[in-house]
Structure formats: structure tokens, C-alpha cells
Design a protein around this ligand. Structure first.
Ligand SMILES: Cc1cc2nc3c(=O)[nH]c(=O)nc-3n(C[C@H](O)[C@H](O)[C@H](O)COP(=O)(O)OP(=O)(O)OC[C@H]3O[C@@H](n4cnc5c(N)ncnc54)[C@H](O)[C@@H]3O)c2cc1C
Length: 250
């Protein structure tokens, strides 16, 4: 009976467009700790349309759900008896340019550090201190990622998320996210009820750095201010992190 239901889900899902649905799927290479566990169902989603299809599926109604980003902050201790959904949509673009700031938008499926590299290459100041933090863009607002004196909330303009309770795409401004130290609305009021699909950052087009963190300013003390570049700050953060943290695999 159980096997029959499972096959039916897969069949219906494929017919209704959830082409990337997998059954009994290993998560070993999808979590930083390499836990050798599997998901009853694994669904990779690349568009808002597929999200709509999922929300209307029997799978959503009948199975528990876990959203997976880069798997760097989830410790699996057993197989997951439900649907593990990975929102993989990628894309980074500039959506507004003014004299002293730029709004850039990133889809949630991007790796956070790829977004940092994009901003460094394009000389957009604000997230260079957050270089090399593991994980996805989509997970970054949840705990308001931070390092070396900077936090996401310092530059976040807004977040787009898919509300699992009514299947609608919604937006939150920075202040509506209720950011705190490693905290946000996503860990509280909205817990378990959202999939982050996009973030928008407001970055500075004018050269400015946050060197308030002691170990960072120590490393850079011999470089005169006028000679300091965003590449140097980002690379210095990378060097410090690499000297302290275990290797990452995402
Ligand atoms: C070696 C190491 C160093 C780290 N250094 C730092 C650091 O300096 N600063 C810092 O702040 N953090 C740090 N972290 C923590 C980690 O980088 C962050 O928590 C990161 O945001 C996790 O991203 P992820 O995509 O891997 O999330 P996952 O581990 O996949 O998921 C984490 C949580 O977010 C949810 N989630 C993921 N994506 C979405 C989405 N699109 N929509 C809804 N929910 C989602 C998951 O359900 C889960 O609850 C570090 C972790 C490691 C292992």
C-alpha cells in the first residue's frame, strides 16, 4: 500500500510538472557534515511556477517539509521522513543604480560567497567582510548572517519569500524582518512557513569599509587608507577565516 502511494505521488508529480522529484534520495553530498542520510522525497525547484505546482500537490498536503539551502547549518541525525525541498534558482543583477548606491538582486539559490565575489568584482561595497561564509543566499536573512563587524541587516533592502500558508509571493522590507543578533522574523513569527526566493541589497558605490573588527584592522594596518581596495579587504577576511575555520565543502 505504502509503495503504491509513493509511486502514485511520483507519477502525479511528474505529470503536473514537478520533474525533479526523487524518491529515497541521498543527502550525503548536500550537507556540510556529510551525514549519510536520505530523504523520502527530494525535490529541486528552479522557479516560482514549480513552487506553485508543489504547493498544490498531494505531496505538500500529506508530507512534512524541510527546506534545504547549502546544508551548512543543518545537522541530520536520521533519514528525513518527508519532502526535502531545495530552491536552486540562480541569478544576480543590478536593478537600480544611483550616484552613491546600487540595488542588487540575487535569487535564493546562489551561493552566498558567489554573491560576495560578484560585489567585489563590481566594486560594490558592503558585504566584503562577509566573504567565505558558507551557505546559500536564501538562508542568509534567516539568522542575519554576520562576521568581522558586519551583518546582513546593514545592507539588506528587502526579502521576497513564498508564503507556504497561502501560496503567495510576499516582500518584507529590512525593518519588517525584525533583525537581531543571528535572529529575524524567519526564526520567529514566520517559522516553518516560508521559502525565501530572492533578496535585494543596497550597496555603496562609493569606496567605504568597515574596519571596526580588531583582527581585520590589525591585518590591514600597514596599508594606507587611499591604497586599500575591496579586493584586499575581501581577501584578508578570506585569509583570516581560512586560518581559523575547518575546510568547507559548499
Ligand atoms: C564552517 C562554518 C562557518 C560559518 N561561519 C558563519 C559566520 O561567520 N557567520 C554566520 O552568520 N554564520 C556562519 N555559519 C553558519 C552558516 O553559514 C549560515 O547559517 C548560513 O546562512 C547557512 O546557509 P545554508 O544555505 O547552508 O543553510 P542550511 O544549512 O541549508 O539551512 C539552514 C536553515 O535555513 C533554512 N533555509 C535554507 N534555505 C532556505 C530558503 N531558501 N527558504 C527558507 N528556509 C531556508 C533551512 O530550512 C534551515 O532551517 C557558518 C557555518 C559553518 C559550517
Amino acid at each position: 500500500m505504502e509503495k503504491g502511494i509513493t509511486q502514485l505521488y511520483i507519477l502525479i508529480a511528474k505529470v503536473t510538472g514537478l520533474m525533479n522529484l526523487q524518491k529515497n534520495y541521498s543527502l550525503k553530498y548536500l550537507n556540510t557534515f556529510g551525514a549519510d542520510v536520505s530523504a523520502k522525497y527530494f525535490l529541486e525547484i528552479n522557479s516560482e511556477k514549480e513552487l506553485d505546482q508543489f504547493i498544490q500537490s498531494d505531496l505538500r498536503k500529506n508530507e512534512q517539509l524541510l527546506i534545504l539551502g547549502g546544508g551548512s547549518n543543518i545537522l541530520f541525525t536520521r533519514d528525513y521522513d518527508g519532502v526535502v525541498l531545495k530552491y536552486s534558482k540562480k541569478g544576480i543583477s543590478v536593478i537600480e543604480e544611483k550616484e552613491n548606491f546600487v540595488l542588487i538582486e540575487s535569487a535564493a539559490g546562489e551561493l552566498w560567497d558567489d554573491l560576495v565575489k560578484y560585489t567585489v568584482q563590481n566594486k560594490l561595497y558592503g558585504i566584503e567582510n562577509l566573504s567565505l561564509i558558507p551557505g546559500s543566499v536564501g538562508a542568509a536573512p534567516i539568522q542575519n548572517i554576520g562576521a568581522y563587524g558586519s551583518e546582513l541587516k546593514d545592507v539588506l533592502h528587502s526579502v521576497e519569500y513564498f508564503d507556504l500558508s497561502d501560496g503567495r509571493l510576499k516582500n518584507l522590507t529590512n525593518s519588517q524582518c525584525n533583525f537581531g543578533y543571528r535572529d529575524s522574523i524567519f526564526k520567529n513569527e514566520l517559522k516553518n512557513n516560508f521559502i525565501i526566493t530572492k533578496i535585494i541589497l543596497k550597496l555603496s558605490a562609493e569606496k567605504k569599509f568597515n574596519l571596526s573588527y580588531k583582527s581585520l584592522s590589525e591585518e590591514l594596518k600597514n596599508i594606507p587608507e587611499h591604497a586599500l581596495t575591496i579586493e584586499t579587504v575581501s581577501q584578508t577576511v578570506r585569509n583570516i577565516r581560512r586560518s581559523k575555520l575547518p575546510p568547507r565543502n559548499n
